[in-house]
Design a protein around this ligand. Structure first.
Ligand code: TNX
Length: 419
């Protein structure tokens, strides 16, 4: 009926920035909220309650467990245009997710026009993983996405991956790499082979230009600088880079976000670190290192919420390095019980990344995202005590009919008794 399951707040409990009270009696609805976001979420809930006819009498007081409830789309390995992204934003809003993290650059593609460095998009955006077509967002395109998202209380968190994952940039401007680096476009799916020249002043004036244009296009508080898998950057160079890049982010009025590797460096105040690598014993250490520095965490454990992992051995698309991830795996976990020393207070939220090395169409994206994204949405919104797999899978079964009607592609998981 409703996804995600509502919290049960007592009469005096505050609704906060996103909470609401909803009362339906004799077919009439009454909403209380302190914010427009709260009213919006009440409306989403009411819409679900009314999906199959007039809603039954009900009284709900609800607010989210976590402030950051995210979905990440990799538009670098394969590009997805404004219409596709807006269609996904509709789904995020329906499930009360509020962050769209756009992975805008990687070795295979640079996906945002930068006025000061035009070859990034023109040349760096011309290809994709495999032989797929390229593409990039103009400033107006990104503004349209940001606006569409904001209307649905979704904040866009833009990511420019640094200092690694930059082959598309190096192919466009070879002077950004250390002498001797390759300046070829890359269409493979390896990671960890490219690096910005961390010792060159040009690198930081380049990033200042890029972050400046990006900051002006995205009103949200965060700028994500990646920082992952910089395997061809030495650790000393990585530290030198992190020391120099953080003030550039700060100078544009943004808070720093980055992948867990970033926690191996001293971090600016207010930084957000994204835990991901469940295949490495370093992941837990890095998460604790982030907390020890006062950073807050976004939990993206690959073996739970990486939406590019295959559901099972039969899944035609996706990857397997973090194992198979069925719907129940995405649902049955507690973010605050995942890493020793990383409790509720250290956690800003939960995000499900969707990497697109193997995905080329919106249909591919939807099939990998649904129904697992609904499970993640409930992990992020509902209190642990209100979450129950049997209850969730029953609600999910009803959701399938809605997706069929809307033409949304999804995986008909054998774990759910679809109607
Ligand atoms: C790891 S997650 C990556 C990505 C890949 C993904 C594939 C992360 C920070 N880095 O570069 O696309 O695995 O599952």
């Amino acid at each position: 009926m409703i996804i995600p399951a509502p919290a049960r707040l007592g009469p005096g409990e505050p609704l906060g920035d996103e909470g609401y009270r909803l009362e339906v009696r004799d077919g009439r609805a009454r909403v209380d909220a302190e914010t427009d976001a709260g009213r919006f979420y009440a409306e989403q809930t009411l819409r679900r309650l009314s999906a199959d006819g007039p809603p039954a009498d009900v009284a709900i007081a609800d607010r989210p467990r976590f402030a950051w409830r995210g979905f990440m789309l990799d538009v670098a390995r394969h590009f997805f245009g404004v219409d596709d992204v807006c269609r996904l934003i509709d789904q995020l809003a329906a499930y009360k997710l509020n962050v769209l993290h756009l992975h805008l650059s990687d070795d295979q593609g640079w996906r945002l026009a930068i006025d000061a460095w035009p070859r990034l998009a023109e040349h760096g955006g011309s290809g994709a993983a495999g032989s797929g077509p390229g593409g990039f967002y103009t400033h107006d395109d990104l503004r349209a996405i940001v606006h569409y998202a904001a209307d649905r209380f979704v904040t866009v968190v833009p990511e420019i991956d640094t200092p690694g994952h930059v082959q598309a940039a190096l192919a466009s401007y070879p002077e950004l790499g250390a002498p001797g680096s390759s300046s070829d476009l890359y269409t493979g799916v390896e990671v960890g082979f490219s690096s910005l020249d961390v010792h060159s002043a040009l690198t930081y004036s380049f990033l200042d230009d890029v972050f400046g244009e990006l900051a002006a296009l995205t009103p949200g508080p965060f700028l994500h600088i990646g920082g992952d898998e910089a395997h061809s950057t030495s650790h000393d160079d990585y530290l030198a880079f992190m020391e120099r890049v953080q003030p550039v982010v700060g100078a544009h009025g943004k808070r720093l976000a980055g992948w867990e590797e970033m926690a191996s460096a001293p971090l600016a105040e207010g930084a957000v670190v994204q835990y991901w690598n469940t295949a490495s014993p370093r992941g837990h250490e890095l998460a604790r290192a982030a907390v020890a520095q006062g950073a807050r965490l976004v939990m993206s454990p690959a073996d739970r919420v990486y939406l590019d992992m295959k559901y099972d051995a039969e899944t035609p698309l996706g990857q397997e390095w973090a194992g198979h991830v069925e719907v129940r795996d995405s649902y049955d976990w507690d973010p605050a019980a995942l890493v020793d020393g990383v409790g509720e207070d250290a956690i800003l939220g939960v995000e499900a990344p969707l990497w697109t090395e193997t995905l080329t169409t919106l249909r591919d994206v939807e099939t990998m995202a649904f129904p697992r994204l609904c499970a993640v949405a409930e992990v992020a919104w509902s209190p642990q005590a209100e979450r129950d797999w049997e209850d969730f899978r029953a609600r999910l079964a009803a959701e399938g009919a809605r997706w069929d009607a809307a033409g949304l592609a999804y995986h008909r998981s054998p774990q759910v008794d679809w109607r």
